[in-house]
Ligand binder design. Structure first.
Ligand code: FAD
Length: 384
């Protein structure tokens, strides 16, 4: 008899497995339908000996010392600040848009104050910012919106930014200084030996039994367990009874080149050309020294694994129906990005899992038969 069946060995499932095993001495069966642990953060050495991220580049960044300290128990870190360039009008320029982006693109020599004025002359007045288009045209005007955001978003989401919630483009700031870092967080590091190595240490506990290539449906009626932590898609858990929650997917093309470097930074975005959105070169992220270099091309797709919940009001309404059902389902805790149908960064999911653990601890005495239904509210994901 396991105390917990944990479905999904990504950040959500693995953090909870570690906490429940080490802090409550409970017995855990952790399953994943994929053939590995780590969820979307899984990395591995390819046949050429280069460390790559199977599901696209994962860069760790957080403002939470608590989350950083927690993960530091399982890994050493490598300092890394992420930088991205975009190929616009045939030139590579920094994204997020900053002082150098505008000066390089337009052959100008503006100062920060002048750039502020330059933006306000071009910014459009939008009475209420609702969509992803509103966010950008109200900040930098239509021309930069067209060059950097419109084509990229249409490729990435298969939707025009005017059809997408403001949350998508709000994630990318605009700067009037020369700061070309992609993220502004206090802690920006990569796990020194990779994510998978960090997950292995996290899950190295005699109370945690791991089964990969195992689907929830295969074991749910066979392996005895008291409670469930479910980090898979919430609509799938309930047999899609209200309909399918829409996701955007990606196809990854991994290649190795017989040369030491390919591009000047880890990620180059292609908002105007090509059918892929971006190319990642991993040696910048991993610090690996190697005569060859590994790249990943990302091709957005309507079909495939569920990666990005599509942020539209009607999808949230559908999710709310599942959420209500989840709240009345005893002994199952729904945690993680697929179960809460929202795009979260890795640190936010670690925060959500740690907050869930605290709630479990508050409401369930260890190793008893108390029956409780729990759904982690989306807002709790940001709990530090
Ligand atoms: C392309 C891409 C790039 C990203 N880059 C970054 C980044 O740079 N920085 C950052 O902070 N975040 C990034 N993220 C987000 C990051 O991937 C997530 O925050 C994180 O993976 C969420 O962890 P999770 O445990 O909730 O979900 P997941 O990692 O998806 O894990 C869920 C696991 O559950 C398994 N599962 C689902 N259903 C079942 C079932 N029925 N039976 C068995 N197993 C099941 C799945 O196989 C999966 O392994 C990126 C995401 C994507 C898609």
């Amino acid at each position: 008899m396991y105390d917990w069946l944990i479905v999904g060995a990504g950040f959500a499932g693995s953090v909870l497995a570690e906490r429940l095993a080490s802090q409550r001495n409970e017995r855990i069966l952790l399953i994943d339908r994929r053939n590995h642990i780590g969820g979307n953060a899984y990395d591995h050495y390819n046949e050429d000996g280069l460390l790559i991220h199977q599901y696209g580049p994962h860069i760790f960044h957080t403002n939470s010392k608590q989350i950083f300290d927690y993960l530091s128990r399982f890994t050493e870190w490598r300092f890394y600040e992420h930088r991205v360039l975009a190929e616009v009008d045939g030139t590579l320029v920094p994204i997020p848009i900053n002082l150098d982006t505008v000066n390089k693109l337009y052959g100008l020599k503006l100062t920060s104050e002048e750039l502020q004025e330059w933006f306000s002359q071009r910014a459009e007045r939008v009475p209420e910012i609702k969509t992803s288009e509103d966010v950008v045209v109200s900040a930098v005007g239509r021309e930069l919106y067209e060059k950097f955001f419109r084509g990229y978003t249409r490729k990435q989401w298969g939707l025009d930014p005017s059809e997408l919630d403001k949350s998508v483009t709000s994630r990318v700031p605009t700067r009037t200084n020369q700061d070309d870092r992609y993220f502004g967080d206090e802690f920006q590091f990569m796990p020194k030996h990779g994510y998978t190595s960090m997950f292995k240490r996290m899950l190295d506990h005699p109370n945690i039994h791991i089964m990969t290539q195992t689907d929830y449906d295969d074991v749910k009626n066979i392996i005895p367990h008291r409670r469930i932590i479910y980090t898979g898609p919430i609509d799938e858990y309930f047999g899609f009874r209200f309909g399918k929650l829409p996701y955007r997917s990606l196809r990854f093309r991994h290649v190795t080149l017989d040369q030491p470097w390919h591009q000047p930074v880890a990620v180059v975005n292609y908002p105007q050309t090509n059918d892929y959105t971006r190319i990642t070169e991993y040696k910048y992220l991993t610090g690996q020294v190697h005569a060859r270099t590994a790249l990943t091309y990302e091709y957005p797709s309507a079909q495939g694994d569920p990666y990005y919940p599509i942020p539209k009001a009607e999808n949230q309404e559908l999710f709310k129906k599942y959420e209500r059902l989840a709240l009345t389902t005893p002994d199952v805790w729904f945690v993680g990005r697929l179960a809460t149908y929202r795009y979260y960064n890795m640190d936010q999911i670690v925060g959500q899992a740690l907050a869930t653990f605290r709630r479990i601890n508050e409401t369930l005495p260890a190793e008893t038969d108390t029956t409780t239904a729990r759904l982690m509210p989306s807002s709790a994901a940001l709990a530090s």
